[in-house]
Design a protein around this ligand. Structure first.
Ligand SMILES: Cc1ncc(COP(=O)(O)O)c(C=O)c1O
Length: 384
């Protein structure tokens, strides 16, 4: 037997109770029973997004919400700015181009966070910019971009939206949509929300809804105005992802019971412990200035084939971690802290990495990473 541990930055492990709740016999989505579940999810999502606006529940992966953010607010020819510091920043560029926007970028070296002054500088010179697109957490480089500071830049610009892909930052890092002035915040189900892939969530500020009202862009399935009208009545425009929504209700209840601030703390603690372990094992961190609490990226020792390393951990140890993408392929490891993840998931990841390092010939003292992590993780036990 090989027991399996899913420790990738999405999809993430689904709690047993959520799996059980989703296994109930199917119900129809146009029924009072479903409407009641849906209403409860809408309320719960507002708390996680820290907004009074509607949080729409879409059927699709996170990219569906990214697509909707662009197609509902950006018209062909509109000038937009993308913070491009990784694979998902590149995705914003591709989506915006697909919808005919005039795309400009602030290029951020992989592993670095954007400097809000660079965004301010661009917007000062280009006040006609329709929207700024950013990742809260750029999962490919395990970097956090300073959302609050970016929102402070766009908040005073009546026609410029700040659009945040929070796919690995909502439910991980405190993100105060209304208080900070984020205009569009979106995420997906398979990360901090502890669900299978398949749902995406998106909220628009009043400023963003005004842009959506004026939209001339072509769209159909992901027309957010149509969704908003339906979801206000606790139904969806098209067939809802019934089982996932049932699971979402359980997940939101779990988050509420833990306390949202404790959810953030748990992610931060596991991230801190993993960073300490990586350093103790002599592995350089990828995120140079502002590491994300969703996942930790670290460089493998010179000469270790990262692809073979990830395969060894998955196939021989049962521990699934992620490698690097694109120019980081084969060079780094990415260890998730997302969602249904606690201290002993972190310990499992680190001890497997130690064994992998030994197997691949690195000079590593077994247990040195684990003990560095334990010193930090014991703080969680003390607080229980
Ligand atoms: C920051 C970020 N944006 C976008 C995506 C794409 O989301 P999906 O694969 O759910 O479409 C991901 C997925 O890992 C992500 O981490």
């Amino acid at each position: 037997m090989l027991k399996k541990y899913l420790l990738t930055p999405g999809p993430t492990a689904v709690p047993e109770q959520v799996l059980l709740d989703m296994a109930v016999p199917m119900i129809h989505h146009r029924t009072p029973a479903f409407a009641e579940i849906f209403a409860s999810c809408r309320e719960g999502l507002k708390k996680v997004f820290k907004t009074e606006e509607d949080v729409l529940i879409l059927l699709g992966s996170g990219t569906a919400a990214m697509d909707a953010a662009v197609s509902n607010t950006v018209n062909p020819g509109d000038k937009v700015l993308v913070i491009n510091g990784g694979k998902f920043g590149e995705r914003w560029v591709k989506i915006c181009k697909a919808y005919g926007a005039d795309v400009h970028t602030v290029d951020v070296p992989w592993g670095r966070s954007v400097n809000p002054a660079d965004v301010k500088d661009f917007l000062g010179k280009n006040p006609d910019t329709k929207a700024v697109f950013v990742q809260g957490s750029e999962t490919s480089t395990t970097v956090y971009h300073p959302v609050k500071e970016l929102a402070a830049v766009t908040a005073d610009m009546p026609e410029t939206l700040l659009v945040v892909d929070g796919i690995t930052s909502v439910g991980v890092h405190d993100t105060r949509m209304d208080e900070w002035g984020v205009d569009i915040l979106l995420t997906g189900s398979q990360k901090a929300f502890m669900l299978p892939p398949g749902l995406a969530f998106i909220a628009l500020s009043k400023k963003a809804w005004t842009a959506a009202e004026k939209s001339s862009q072509s769209k159909f399935y992901l027309d957010l105005k149509t969704e908003r009208k339906n979801q206000a009545k606790n139904t969806t425009a098209w067939t809802a992802g019934v089982s996932l929504v049932i699971g979402l209700k359980t997940v939101l209840g779990m988050m509420e019971a833990e306390g949202l601030e404790n959810v953030f703390k748990r992610h931060a603690l596991n991230a801190e412990a993993t960073r300490a372990a990586a350093k103790a094992l002599g592995m350089r961190l990828l995120a140079e200035d502002y590491p994300s609490d969703a996942a930790t990226g670290c460089f493998l020792p010179e000469g270790v084939d990262g692809k073979a390393f990830v395969k060894y951990l998955r196939d021989k140890c049962g521990v699934a971690l992620a490698g690097g993408q694109d120019k980081l392929e084969g060079k780094i490891l990415r260890i998730s802290h997302l969602g249904y993840h606690d201290a002993f998931d972190t310990i499992t990841a680190i001890s497997a990495i130690e064994m992998g390092l030994r197997k691949f010939g690195a000079d590593v003292k077994l247990g040195s990473g684990v003990s560095a992590a334990q010193e930090i993780l014991m703080r969680a036990m003390a607080e229980r």
